[in-house]
Ligand binder design. Structure first.
Ligand SMILES: [Zn+2]
Length: 96
């Protein structure tokens, strides 16, 4: 009984020490995260870093009926083009 209690105490102590060691080891990583955040903040303020912008070349509109190959079905739910003979959309799995 006494020995199991001692082993349990040691286990808890060693686990706590390992957790503390892991936190101490992670301190440089946390500091670098803070530094990177400040650098980005400063860069955005001065204009060195550009903000994310929408890709103007990407066309999100579904293809018009004229562009759809004959026999294929355009999904009424998501607008993607499906091949002949399918009852459900291959993109959004809704009924065609
Ligand atoms: Zn669909």
């Amino acid at each position: 009984m006494y020995i199991t209690a001692m082993v349990g105490e040691w286990f808890v102590t060693l686990t706590a020490l390992a957790a503390i060691a892991a936190l101490v080891a992670a301190v440089p990583v946390f500091l670098e995260m803070v530094r990177e955040g400040r650098r980005r903040h400063r860069g955005l303020k001065t204009g060195e870093i550009e903000r994310y912008r929408e890709d103007v070349t990407y066309d999100a509109t579904p293809p018009s009926i004229e562009e759809v190959p004959p026999g294929s079905a355009v999904c009424p739910h998501c607008g993607s083009v499906n091949d002949v003979g399918y009852a459900y959309c291959g993109s959004c799995v809704q009924e065609l």
